[in-house]
Design a protein around this ligand. Sequence first.
Ligand SMILES: [Zn+2]
Length: 153
Amino acid sequence: MIYGRCAACKNQRRRCPPDCIFFPYFPPNDSQRFAFVHRIYGGSNVGKKLQQLPHYVREEAANNLYLEAKCRIQDPVYGCVGIISKLYQQIHDTQIELAKIQTQIAFHKLQNPQFQAEKSNFNVESNLNSLPPQSNNSMGQFQWPSQATNWFN
Ligand SMILES: [Zn+2]
């Protein structure tokens, strides 16, 4: 059991009421968690946002606010979008590498007569078709979830 003021009330140097909105999501033993969201969003804005949400999504919202604030502090320009963009680039690069390797395997099977029986099982063209579409913008295929609510309006 954790006693004392929550990290938010400690940070704001105020009494932590028994029904404190922050207490379940910003426990006293993790002061950095609140410090990050306070720095990016402002502590009172975070409290208002949590109040507006149903109880069952508050923990998830607090976790995401924390992660997004942490990313924004580490990368002030791109925030978490920078991480998403890097991961999309890795997927794209890996798909290209996979298609190249599959094409090489197909080529070597063709060169080696002992694999003649399997020749009909592959198609070089299908490997080339599995290459991802070229895009100058690595975020080109990125879609925000359509059901996501914009909590920050
Ligand atoms: Zn509190």
